[in-house]
Design a protein around this ligand. Structure first.
Ligand SMILES: [Zn+2]
Length: 194
């Protein structure tokens, strides 16, 4: 087992990167901009370059790295594939395959709110609990549900996506997802401003 691992949170504006020890101790964190031109084709190569550069800077070899975990704002299936991530302008993308090819490291990918829930359950506000609901409030409303220590991913990888649950059947304005009356239209930062 490697000594280190990388945690990557791909957001619509910045990518937050962390180098950790595998016991969860943060070694260093930093950010790179999210380049969304050309349908976001440069985002994963940028992440891979950041990971490779950090290993070189710290003198860490591939054998010392357990893997790279990536959170993506959209549904991610069990193979680490994204069908669509609107905030990144992504259509289909094999996130795990591309990262493994670019870094030569083991990679895992998940929905950002789901992996945030796993993080809170391991080291954060929900440490020690096996049944957890995480709500993320920002530009949108995300959610992650953990039952018996396992993330509820759902058939389409969008399990726990409470932001697009309908809470008002009379809403006339459309949500970014195309539906009307989503929780995100009221409880997100943009929704509250509106
Ligand atoms: Zn919606």
């Amino acid at each position: 087992m490697g000594t280190y691992c990388f945690g990557i949170d791909v957001g619509g504006t910045t990518v937050k990167c962390g180098l950790f020890r595998t016991d969860g101790t943060l070694v260093e964190k930093w950010e790179i901009p999210t380049r969304k031109e050309n349908n976001g084709d440069q985002i994963l190569p940028d992440v891979a370059a950041a990971v490779n550069a950090k290993m070189e800077e710290k003198g860490i070899s591939k054998a010392e790295v357990e893997g790279v975990g990536i959170g993506v704002p959209g549904p991610v299936n069990s193979k680490g594939e994204v069908s669509r991530a609107v905030n990144l302008f992504w259509g289909y993308k094999n996130v795990v395959g591309e990262m493994e090819e670019l870094t030569g490291l083991h990679a895992e990918a998940g929905n950002d709110a789901n992996v945030a829930a796993l993080g809170e359950a391991w080291k954060g506000a929900a440490a020690g609990s096996s049944d957890v609901i995480m709500v993320t409030l920002g530009t949108g409303v995300g959610g992650g549900i953990i039952v018996d220590g396992k993330i509820v991913t759902g058939h389409h990888g969008a399990g726990g996506e409470i932001g697009h649950a309908n809470v008002d059947h009379h809403e006339t304005e459309s949500c970014n997802c195309g539906n009307r009356g989503c929780l995100e239209q009221y409880a997100s930062a943009t929704g509250i401003v509106r």
